[in-house]
Design a protein around this ligand. Structure first.
Ligand code: SF4
Length: 497
């Protein structure tokens, strides 16, 4: 053997020995002495273990009853439920992604017991059992209660807009749909003519193409036309106001302004206790929060079987009706009204003739305007739409006032004082107190971080499902994931460590 070859073998052997000393061997053929257990796939304090133990305690008989006793065995509902809950906890909302994770991710393998369910099975499970998630939300709340995390003496209420699974451009009124239908019909006619031409010219003009590409376009436009016709029929049959806008893809979604953009949204309502656990949640497609305080309070009391003592809400919920109904339930509310918030702005930002600049004199039962003129009581005014019963105070000196144009659009300036103004005044005084300032701060520290976590950390910015019923179920799943993550971060991690 030539000496150079001997030298090469020697150096390569010494390199291999050196590597063996430094690094662990890369041997993919190595067999295990004992087969690995699924329990070895995840650490002792992994989130999936908490999900596993919570779901094992949940009564899933309603879902189980839907499965037939005959035929091929199905995946257990609890297995699929665990997969969905874990996915919403870590920000995965697609059945396809979950199916792929079941093949590659040990946490998913643990939950799925190494089965690899098809993405359609996973998606269908969420779609078919959507109402069960509302019940599951309450069951998880009971677990929070057992752990001492569902105390609801005080709750903070807030709403956030989350996009519907629909394009805002597909939201139109009746006239819009009629125009759209006419355009579609014209397009279909043109496409038909083109298709005829292609057949007549025996595809010469279009080379290798078979000409059936246009057929597909026609079919898709025909489907769109059918959908539009269905909506137009609905306008007539249900006598819907022609000006009312309906979204073609998701009829329940509404065009709601959020952060300066008008989009097809749902208004997600949440109520949280001071531990950051969502104790109430639901979906509405009404843009305003004004009517939402009482339904949330009632839902929280039912969910937790406890009586609320204090409610914190922002000015979006403020209305005389809300103040009155919450007061009737003997609950203390910390909720500024819009005018209160205006009065807290810098003096330069407030309009010089804003209602907060008019001072009420209880003895004379009149207001005094910024120019020192009196506005005596004039009449009562009942506004059924706004559910307000007000006393109207009108100034007689306006025609001769140099500030009249800045102060009022009419001839005389009037101030409306609602009969339940004392309740609003009480809420204002509470907010102005030192104790009130401390308590109200907690609203920002509890509910707002939850929205931040859901929308930005977990990237849940759009619903996967359509229609208010399914969207409500999906939002329950989002809320369950929030509460389980809360249990995990505050208790389970500490216990495990
Ligand atoms: S317009 Fe009438 S209410 Fe307004 S500042 Fe003048 S006098 Fe007062």
């Amino acid at each position: 053997m030539p000496i150079t070859i001997c030298f090469r073998i020697f150096t390569s052997m010494s390199n291999t020995n050196k590597k063996a000393l430094k690094f662990k061997p890369e041997n993919r053929e190595q067999l295990h002495l004992l087969p690995p257990s699924l329990n070895d796939y995840v650490s002792e304090n992994h989130l999936v273990r908490l999900i596993e133990s919570i779901v094992n305690e949940v009564d899933c008989s309603v879902i189980e009853a839907k499965y037939s006793d005959f035929g091929q065995k199905s995946y257990s509902p609890t297995l699929l439920l665990k997969l969905w809950i874990y996915s919403y906890c870590i920000g995965i909302y697609s059945g396809r992604k979950i199916a792929s994770k079941c093949e590659t991710d040990t946490a998913y393998m643990f939950l799925a017991c190494r089965y690899q369910p098809d993405f359609r099975t996973i998606n269908d499970f969420r779609k078919d059992n959507i109402s069960f998630f509302n019940e599951l939300f309450v069951s998880v709340l009971k677990v929070c209660n057992e752990l001492g995390m569902a105390n609801v003496g005080t709750i903070a209420v807030d709403g956030t807009m989350i996009r519907a699974n629909a394009s805002s451009r597909r939201t139109k009124d009746k006239e819009g749909y009629e125009k759209w239908k006419t355009n579609i019909e014209k397009t279909i006619e043109t496409l038909h003519k083109e298709a005829d031409k292609i057949i007549a010219e025996e595809n010469k003009k279009y080379g290798n193409k078979r000409g059936d590409e246009l057929d597909k376009k026609i079919v898709s436009k025909m489907k769109l036309k059918d959908k539009i016709e269905k909506i137009l029929k609905k306008y007539d049959e249900e006598k819907i106001d022609a000006k009312k806008k309906i979204n073609l893809t998701d009829e329940d979604a509404k065009l709601i302004k959020s952060k300066g953009r008008i989009e097809a949204n749902y208004n997600c309502q949440g109520g949280t206790n001071m531990d950051g656990v969502l104790v109430g949640q639901y979906i509405t497609n009404v843009a305003s929060d004004k009517e939402e305080l009482l339904p949330m309070v009632e839902q929280v009391e039912i969910n937790t079987d406890e009586k609320l003592k204090i409610v914190l809400a922002d000015s979006g919920y403020a209305s005389y009706d809300s103040y009155e109904k919450i007061d009737q339930k003997n609950i203390i509310v910390y909720m500024p009204d819009q005018e209160y918030e205006n009065s807290k702005k810098n003096a330069d930002e407030i309009h010089p003739f804003d209602p907060c600049k008019f001072k009420f004199n209880i003895e004379t039962n009149s207001f005094i305007c910024p120019q020192g003129k009196e506005l005596p009581f004039k009449r009562r005014c009942i506004n059924l739409k706004r559910k307000q019963d007000s006393a109207v105070y009108t100034c007689k000196d306006c025609p001769s006032c140099v500030f009249r144009e800045q102060c009022t659009k009419g001839k005389y300036r009037s101030i409306y004082k609602e009969t339940r103004d004392n309740l609003r005044e009480q809420a204002r005084n509470r907010l102005d107190s030192l104790e009130g300032k401390v308590i109200y701060q907690k609203r920002m520290q509890t509910i707002e971080p939850i929205w931040g976590n859901i929308k930005f950390n977990k990237n849940f910015k759009m619903f996967s499902l359509r229609g208010i019923e399914k969207v409500t179920g999906e939002f329950s799943l989002v809320s369950i994931a929030n509460n389980i993550s809360k249990i995990y971060n505050t208790i389970f991690c500490k216990m495990a460590s």
